[in-house]
Design a protein around this ligand. Structure first.
Ligand code: PEP
Ligand code: MG
Length: 571
């Protein structure tokens, strides 16, 4: 048994598929049917094209003062990558032997290496190393971040990986992938958040022991407790199959309350929204009773691809979301890349502290052409429903004003072009940096709403990296410092008559629901799958209890006490 951090509840039972990054391990998995052949061969072509681009860049930037040997090697790589024989052999292995592309490449390269090595000619012998080199490059491009998503998995697959990017998680085929586990990561890493919103049971932060799992092992994954059972006996398997059935029935039962409003026993109405990444999530969210979306993470549109989406493509994407929202409001967060959300085609600087670095609104203000394109696309889509615009990672008043200058330019350009949009569109900001939480009174004068991003607020307030499983015990949203900041933001929003919601993971924590309501929070946004559970708490409780919990907690001096008290009172 392996213990990790359960981040997305549910029981998954299936066969392990070990994702290897930059390794040359054979998976031994065969294609399930012939319809996958063309897609596998296409993956090979894409990886070769990417490899050719990379080698050509190396050639273009080659420093000739180092002599010509290196250049000759790179030119030999181009020749090998363009060799039709390699492609033919790989295609043959895929179509005739039903190998997956990864395995086909490994085998073809291994045969070529042996062949070159056995030649008498010294020059030809040397080519063996070059073949190995291009083989590694092709494999890396086949398996690199975001591209592992192109894999076609057998049904009932449990993915095992060192790490998964958010785009790996977003494009997982949930008809085939029933769960995943990773060595690194924590509750609020984006792969975990996306897993939760897609309802995929997931466990992160398992550590190196995860390497003990082999391809094809039968696994039971309990996304609630963080337990992974490897090749269980039939009794345990039966027990978990039963647990899985119960979980499915409970989820269905909770979902059946989807049309019921979240009103406390004393008549206080709370609004529950979904955090989404695309139109499909919005559609799914209705089944869980979401009243719209409190957070559309637009950066996920920018991931798992080779270039920036243009204005028209973005417009179509936002329009699809707003149409699926069926007149319910959707808060569109502008690009929040950086940190753990990298884009392979975007020139990020190498940084010591990416989470404290070139991220989110900072990039958008530095690259106004990119920001303008997104804002115009969102504004155009606003003509089709109820959209709101939200800026992430705001630290001060100047950033809001600078963002609004670019927003006004977008408005002017649309006006000049005679394109319609919602002229009353609301503008808000994420409160996720401590300076913003402390100066909420100043920021409230600039915007229509706040949304509290507790994932980052907690990380920055406590100086605890949200991605680092080694210190995940220190990542503590019940710390009185964090709670006081949240309390201040809600108070200042009310005082200044602007709306305030919460879209960080704390909004989905059942132990915190009544406390947050006691603080005056009435808008919660979370993974759609968490809504029924939180609603259940709201409809069974009275504001008097929420207020009492709030008074008690704010008088406590440490999170151990707070956590125990909350567990006790909400049990
Ligand atoms: C947050 O920081 O709480 C948040 C909702 O944004 P993200 O998790 O995308 O950083
Ligand atoms: Mg954030």
């Amino acid at each position: 048994m392996i213990n990790g951090i359960g981040v997305s509840a549910g029981i998954a039972i299936g066969k392990a598929f070990v994702l290897h990054r930059q390794t040359n391990a054979l998976t031994g998995l065969l294609l399930a049917d012939d319809s996958m052949i063309a897609a596998e061969i296409e993956k090979f072509d894409i990886a070769v094209t990417q490899s050719l681009i990379e080698v050509n860049i190396l050639i273009d930037s080659y420093d000739e003062t180092n002599g010509s040997d290196g250049l000759e090697i790179l030119e030999a790589h181009i020749e090998l990558l363009s060799d039709p024989q390699i492609k033919e052999d790989v295609a043959e292995k895929i179509s005739a032997e039903k190998k997956n592309v990864n395995d086909a490449v490994i085998e073809v390269i291994a045969i070529a290496v042996v062949m070159f090595n056995s030649m008498d000619d010294e020059y030809m012998k040397d080519r063996a190393a070059d073949v190995q080199d291009i083989g590694r490059r092709i494999l890396t491009n086949l398996n690199s971040a975001g591209k592992a998503t192109g894999q076609t998995y057998p049904p009932d697959t449990v993915i095992i990986a060192a790490d998964l990017s958010p785009s790996d998680t977003i494009s997982m085929d949930i008809m085939r992938v029933v769960g995943f586990a990773t060595q690194i990561g924590s509750k609020t890493s984006h792969a975990a958040i996306v897993a939760k919103s897609r309802g995929i049971p997931a466990i992160v932060g398992c550590g190196a022991v995860l390497q003990e799992i082999n391809n094809g092992d039968l696994l039971i994954l309990d996304g609630q407790t963080g337990k992974i059972l490897i090749n269980p006996d039939s009794e345990t398997l039966f027990e978990y199959q039963l647990k899985r059935e119960i979980w499915l029935v409970e989820t269905a039962l909770l979902k059946s309350q989807k049309d019921r409003l979240a009103i406390t026993t004393d008549g206080t109405t709370i609004s529950l929204f979904a955090n989404i990444a695309n139109a499909q999530d919005m559609e799914l969210a209705h089944d869980f009773g979401a009243e719209g979306s409190g957070l559309l993470r637009t950066e996920l549109l920018f991931m798992g691809r080779d270039s920036l989406p243009g204005e028209d493509e973005q417009f179509e994407f936002y329009k699809a979301v707003v149409l699926k929202a069926k007149s319910k409001p959707v808060i569109v967060r502008t690009l929040d890349i950086g940190g753990d959300k990298q884009l392979p085609y975007f020139d990020f600087p190498i940084e010591q502290n990416p989470f404290l670095g070139y991220r989110a609104i900072r990039i958008c203000l530095d690259r106004p052409e990119l920001f303008l394109t997104q804002l115009k696309a969102i504004l155009r889509a606003s003509a089709f429903g109820k959209l709101k615009i939200m800026f992430p990672m705001i630290a001060n008043v100047q950033e809001i004003r600078a963002a609004k200058v670019i927003l006004n330019q977008a408005i002017e350009e649309l006006n000049e072009a005679g394109i319609g949009f919602d002229r009353t569109i609301e503008i808000g900001i994420m409160i996720e940096i401590p300076s913003a939480a402390v100066t909420a009174d100043l920021l409230a004068k600039e915007v229509d709403f706040f949304s509290i991003g507790t994932n980052d607020l907690c990380q920055y307030t406590l100086a605890v990296d949200r991605m680092n499983e080694k210190i995940s015990n220190l990542y503590d949203p019940y710390n009185p410092g964090v709670l006081r900041l949240i309390d201040n933001v809600i108070k200042q929003a009310h005082k200044n008559n602007i709306e305030v919601g919460m879209c960080g993971e704390l909004a989905a924590d059942p132990d915190a629901t009544l406390l947050l309501m006691g603080m005056g929070l009435t808008e919660f946004s979370m993974s759609a799958a968490a809504i029924p559970h939180i609603k259940n708490i709201i409809i069974n409780n009275h504001m008097a209890l929420a207020n009492q919990i709030y008074q008690q907690v704010m008088a406590m001096d440490n999170s151990t006490l707070i956590s125990a008290y909350l567990k006790d009172t909400t049990a």
